[in-house]
Every structure is written in C-alpha cells, then in structure tokens.
Design a protein around this ligand. Sequence first.
Ligand SMILES: NC(=O)c1ccc[n+]([C@@H]2O[C@H](COP(=O)([O-])OP(=O)(O)OC[C@H]3O[C@@H](n4cnc5c(N)ncnc54)[C@H](O)[C@@H]3O)[C@@H](O)[C@H]2O)c1
Length: 254
Amino acid sequence: MGDLNGKVFVMTGGAGGIGEATARRAHAEGACVVITDREAAPVEAIAAELGDRALGLAVDVTRRTDNERMVAAALERFGHLDGAFLNAGIEGEVGPFDSRSEAAWEKVFAVNVHGVRLGVEAVLPALRRGLGGSIVMTSSVAGLRGAAGLAPYVSSKHAVVGMMKCLAAELGPEHIRVNTLNPGPVANRMMQSIEEQANPGHGEEVHQSFESRIPLGRYVSNEECAGLAVFLLSDAASGCTGNTYVVDGGLCAQ
Ligand SMILES: NC(=O)c1ccc[n+]([C@@H]2O[C@H](COP(=O)([O-])OP(=O)(O)OC[C@H]3O[C@@H](n4cnc5c(N)ncnc54)[C@H](O)[C@@H]3O)[C@@H](O)[C@H]2O)c1
C-alpha cells in the first residue's frame, strides 16, 4: 500500500460499482480523491467515510461546467492534480440495431463519449501545470469486439478507445499518459440490467450463459477492475500509454 501517496485524482461515476471500488482503492493507496457522480448524497457519504483525503461532489459528466467544477474543487482542496479516472457510463437499451430512437443513441454517446471528452478537456490545463499525469478512461471489452443487441453501447466504447489512442499520441510529449480500462462482464448493477433487458424475467439464465463463455467461469469483480485502474494511475505504469488494459477472466482469449 502507499503507491499513490501524495497523488490527487478526480473520478467520475464514483457512486457505486467500478468507480466506487477504484476511489476506495486509490484512497487506501494514499491518494487524495475527488469522487463524483450525478447525485451528491452517495459520493458525499463515501467521501465522509474515507475521511480527510476524499471529497464527494455532484458532477454530470455531460456538462462542461460540471467537469470544470470537479477540477476546480480538486485544486482548491488538494492543491494540484495528477490524473483522472473517467469512468461514468450507461448501458443504454438492449435490442436490435434499428429498434432505437435517435434520443436513445444520443443519450449513450452524450455520457459515454462526450462525457469522457469533456472530462479530458477539463483536466488538461491542470495536468499540464503539473508537468504530466495519467488519464484512465473506462471502455470495455465492448470497446474491442461486437455484441448483438448492444450497438449504441459497443459503438460508444469503441469511440473511447479511438479517443484514447489519439490523446496518447498527442499528449505523450507532455508526459501525460492515457489508457483505457477494458473490463469484461462485471458482477454488478450494470450487467444485471443488461441481462434483464436481454431476456426480461430470465436475467439469471442470460447470466449463466454469459458466464459459461468465460474461461475463469465467472464475472470479474469491481475490486479486480479497481486494481488495474489504480495500477494505470500510478507511477508503476510509467511506461504505459496508448493502450487497452483488459480484465475479463479470459473472455477475449477465445
Ligand atoms: N458492469 C460491467 O460489466 C462493465 C463492463 C465493462 C465496462 N463497464 C463500464 O464501467 C463503467 C462503470 O460502470 P459500472 O459497471 O460500475 O456500473 P454503474 O452503473 O454502477 O456505474 C456507472 C456510474 O456512472 C454514473 N453516471 C451515469 N451517467 C452519468 C452522468 N451523466 N454523469 C455522471 N455520472 C453518471 C452512474 O450514476 C453510475 O454510478 C462504465 O463506463 C461502464 O460502461 C462496465
């Protein structure tokens, strides 16, 4: 423990799942964390439990001013910024490609793609002032391969990988590393929603069918994702930029 001593990070989608686990792990490793999500109460409660080096804040990632407020809060409370975990995302609707409204596509892209872009734009000035840093964006194995019924989500997560590669190429000379975390199915709320939408009333059967295709025979945990995210945020990953980092129980091996 202590790999992140003295580091300051902003994090989005921190009210539960992968985001909360990463905030807790980063804090345990010595970091100061600004934990954000749409609603203030859950992230304020997590920050209050963690204590001194944590701050909870309501941030809607689709709003530029909210992203800027997140960075301003980190600088005001902790003095500088070392990186960002841009993790907020939504699964959207599951169903055939041509079954969705314009609004359904736009909503997924607003959060999963433009939310990440606005996060990057907000943190860059502070990272440049600090002479470098690490940005980790949560994509997915859905950013590396297709999945029937999940076109908006899969398209959005591929876009995040493309954005990450462009940013890594542009920002490397400024010592700003950019990578994606690409989890496979995670045992949490989002996968339960996808399973239930895929076959209403039979989510458990969908779950078992998904699990049977994973070499380790199970979904990964929020904490297993957090371990990889914290590694990418840390100096232990100082040579890593411009790449996808998969935690999927072996799903993509086949
Ligand atoms: N659960 C999985 O199996 C899985 C697999 C691969 C990737 N992911 C990705 O991991 C990330 C975290 O998801 P999770 O699995 O922890 O599920 P989750 O639903 O618990 O977490 C997503 C968080 O993002 C927040 N959020 C949604 N819209 C927002 C907005 N406009 N502004 C701010 N916050 C917003 C939600 O409130 C939620 O707390 C997402 O980007 C998701 O796409 C999840």
